[in-house]
Design a protein around this ligand. Structure first.
Ligand SMILES: Cc1ncc(COP(=O)(O)O)c(C=O)c1O
Length: 417
């Protein structure tokens, strides 16, 4: 409990934590009497307010009811097969298995892949990956941690721990820094040391994709995730992502070889025992994939353009952000983490809703706030955000642009972003 005491204090007193949202209008939300522009949404493509998606849902409910109820092993509406086939085409992988959430996947699949072998866990991996590794530990795996994105350290550990099976577990696009690991180098290490690279691209899938001469921006095209973006193959790679962010649907998947998919169908507990995604989510995921094919690159261009407006403003103001990728997650650490309460209240009063990045969501020297940009945030909102950042640069102390930052340096205990 002492680890989460800062978070608990904020949660009990701050209007931007554990808020009750009374009304939503695209990326405007009302909390009590206050309307705010929403920069805490992960609905990157804006499909939560897409008319084509919304209007398609009732027909699915009429045909399937609201909820299939069976665990997937008992029976799956054919919608799952349709989704898996479409995802295989989009990702360019051998096969796909859908489960309700990424959290279910980490908890059940990491222990199966690791057995009584070794997991090499990135020190800043998402809390849900960490928890999946803890379950694996309970089943006999050893968990060793490498410094965030430090490939030399990872290689040292791979040499020092020869037991098999071996799993390297890490994030794709990091949910706080917005940056990607060197996935090519990670995949090479995995192949060289006979390991599996298990990578969670919750925030990359739908936002970044394969590079293409006709791309509208450097996010690439199709939004098919980090492996494609890095022009990597799926050899020795288990790619995990979800639809709960860019696709606004409760659904998640693994890209795996068909043989492994068959094993997971009988060995991964959520396939056997967990309730399935609601029909509305299967519908919004299916229609969302259609919208992605027809309009997704336009939305990604919008995300890119608006993200760069904010990044440019921070640069002009000399305010440090760990974001070096240009992807739409912009963390703004404060000079002193103690200011988080006041800074958050100021943002709230100015009508800006963000994620407060308290410890242990981030390491102590990175406490601040996180701005996420979606296609549904309009230019007026971005104008207002930039004005508020201008004012804040006068009122509060931020880490200066030259600050090397703890992102690659910190030895601190992992946050659980
Ligand atoms: C990197 C990462 N992985 C997993 C999750 C959880 O995903 P899900 O809601 O599908 O369990 C999140 C959600 O915030 C995330 O950021």
């Amino acid at each position: 409990m002492s680890t989460v005491s800062d978070l608990a204090d904020l949660t009990s007193s701050h209007p931007m934590m554990d808020a009750v949202v009374d009304e939503v209008d695209r990326r405007r939300i009302r909390v009590g009497d206050q309307w705010l522009a929403d920069y805490a949404s992960c609905n990157y493509l804006g499909l939560d307010w897409d008319r084509e998606v919304i209007e398609a849902v009732p027909e699915y409910l009429d045909r399937w009811g609201t909820h299939p109820s069976w665990s997937r092993l008992l029976g799956s509406p054919v919608l799952y097969e349709q989704l898996e086939t479409r995802l295989v085409d989009l990702l360019g992988c051998e096969d796909v298995l859908l489960l309700p959430t990424i959290t279910h996947i980490h908890m059940s699949v990491i222990p199966l892949l690791a057995g009584s072998g070794v997991i090499f866990l990135d020190q800043r991996a998402h809390k849900t990956i960490f928890d999946g590794c803890s379950v694996a530990k309970g089943h006999g795996a050893e968990v060793v941690r490498f410094r965030h994105n430090d490939l030399e350290h990872l290689e040292e550990l791979l040499r020092a721990h020869p037991a098999t099976p071996r799993v390297i577990a890490t994030d794709g696009i990091n949910s706080m820094t917005g940056n990607a690991p060197d996935v090519g180098a990670l995949a090479r290490l995995a192949r060289e040391y006979d390991a599996l690279l298990y990578i969670d691209d919750a925030h990359g899938f739908g936002v970044i994709g394969q590079r293409d001469p006709d791309e509208l921006c450097d996010y690439g095209v199709s939004g098919n995730g980090l492996i494609q973006h890095a022009a990597e193959t799926y050899d020795n790679v288990v790619f995990v992502a979800g639809m709960s962010k860019a696709y606004s649907s409760i659904l998640a998947f693994l890209a795996v070889p068909s043989r492994l998919k068959q094993v997971l169908k009988v060995a991964a507990p959520p396939y056997l025992f967990s309730g399935p995604s609601p029909v509305a989510s299967l519908a919004t995921a299916l229609v969302g994939l259609e919208v992605n094919a027809s309009r997704g690159d336009g939305y990604r261009f919008e995300i890119h353009r608006k993200t760069h407006r904010v990044l440019d403003r921070l640069e002009k103001l000399g305010i440090h952000t760990p974001n070096t990728s240009g992807f739409p997650i912009i963390e703004v650490p404060l000079a002193s983490g103690e200011d988080i309460d006041e800074v958050g209240r100021y943002l709230f009063e100015q009508g800006i809703y963000v994620t407060l990045a308290a410890y242990p969501l981030v390491p102590r020297d990175e406490v601040g706030f996180r701005i996420q940009i979606t296609a549904a945030n309009d230019d007026e909102q971005i104008d207002r955000l930039c004005e508020v950042l201008d004012d804040m640069a006068q009122k509060f102390s931020f880490q200066p642009r030259t600050h090397l930052g703890p992102v690659t340096q910190s030895e601190q205990v992992r946050g659980f972003q």
